[in-house]
Design a protein around this ligand. Structure first.
Ligand SMILES: O=C(O)CCC(=O)C(=O)O
Ligand SMILES: [Fe+2]
Length: 346
């Protein structure tokens, strides 16, 4: 494979659905992993459009390495992504009092506006303002937290998150295929989609070395799609180092989260990542999370459980995971609390 297309530098080209439809490949019938030696095969059709074998191999490789990759030609119109950035910017530009009208409660799963700026020795470190909104299921849209300024905020967020739901499901289909599973596998395994969006705003910081925009974490959800304005997202790399995720205009950063790590029995990763800050400019990011339903049972796909090694994670209801998140983490990755004590896995 072309080395320049690996890891975080890769902008994997997933062409839009307008591309001419081609014959559906028989890959779905085949169990086991996606056969990388077939990367010269003709492109085939699936729900994200036409994805070449080569792109599927790239996606599999990125997902096995750290679960981060970027997509371009994703089919979400640039007018819509620009409008979302614009309403986000206009909201954060309001006065503190105007923003505090939408303030949420400081608990996990809360919604609304919040801000935390830590420059002293307090942990965890934060240097950010944010607005968090639940968008799916519809019954969890609490419009009292949705900014009414700017006036076009609500309509824009509704359109954007609908487009991102569609993109997330197309990505889930491609990721399923990259595992040799039927395209609907991950979507079905996650059940009724739950979605939220977080507008993150990291103002310039006088002492950027002393804090972080957002401390290191892996996302607890299934899949996260992030649009960033400016560099600042870093992903954990080897030897306790951090690798900057390059900011590509019009690309989405996709990162696999803990529930996909469990369903793939640890084959695809949910990597730790964090946001750093800088002293001279405001950075914003727009993060859309796709969760399973709270009562959804999550378990390793039988097709991906090695007969000899067995399952790496135990079965759980997503609500248990959220409850564990609310409790003490004890320094290890949360997903490890759901690992099976399996002597065959290092
Ligand atoms: O702002 C960023 O680049 C990171 C955001 C993030 O990781 C999150 O919201 O979970
Ligand atoms: Fe995150």
């Amino acid at each position: 494979m072309d080395r320049s297309c690996q890891g975080l530098d890769a902008v994997h080209t997933i062409v839009s659905r307008s591309v001419e439809r081609r014959v559906i490949s028989s890959i779905y019938e085949k169990k086991g992993s996606y056969d990388r030696s077939k990367k010269e095969n003709p492109a085939h059709n699936n729900t994200i459009g036409t994805v070449s074998w080569h792109s599927l191999a790239q996606i599999a490789e990125a997902c096995e390495k750290n679960g981060f990759f970027q997509v371009i030609n994703h089919g979400v119109p640039v007018e819509l992504t620009d409008r979302l950035k614009q309403v986000g910017r206009k909201f954060f530009d309001l006065t503190k009092d105007e923003k505090l009208v939408y303030a949420g409660k400081p608990v996990i799963g809360s919604e609304g506006y919040g801000s935390r700026m830590v420059l002293d020795d307090t942990e965890p470190k934060f240097w950010r303002e944010f607005v968090e909104l639940h968008t799916l299921p519809l019954s969890e849209r609490h419009y009292n937290y949705w900014p009414q300024q700017p006036a076009e905020f609500r309509e824009t967020v509704e359109k954007y998150t609908a487009a991102l739901l569609d993109l997330a499901q197309r990505l889930l289909a491609v990721i399923s295929e990259s595992l040799g599973l039927k395209p609907s596998y991950l979507k079905e395994a996650l059940g009724e989609p739950h979605q939220n969006i977080v507008f993150q705003c990291y103002p310039p910081c006088p002492e950027p070395g002393k804090t972080l925009g957002l401390p290191a974490h892996s996302d607890v959800v299934a899949i996260t799609i992030l649009m960033q304005e400016g560099d600042g997202l870093e992903v954990a790399a080897e030897n306790d180092t951090w690798e900057l995720v390059p900011n590509h205009p019009n690309a989405f950063v996709v990162n696999l989260a803990d529930q996909i790590e469990i369903i793939t029995n640890g084959r695809y990763k949910s990597a730790n990542h964090r946001a750093i800050v800088n002293s001279d400019r405001t950075r914003r990011s727009y993060v859309t999370f796709y969760h399973p339903a709270k009562d959804q049972k999550i378990f390793p796909a039988p097709e991906l459980v090695d007969e000899k090694v067995g399952p790496v994670y135990r079965e759980l209801f997503y609500i248990e995971y959220l409850q564990a998140l609310a409790a003490e983490r004890g320094g290890k990755r949360l997903v490890q609390s759901f690992a099976i004590d399996n002597p065959l896995v290092s």
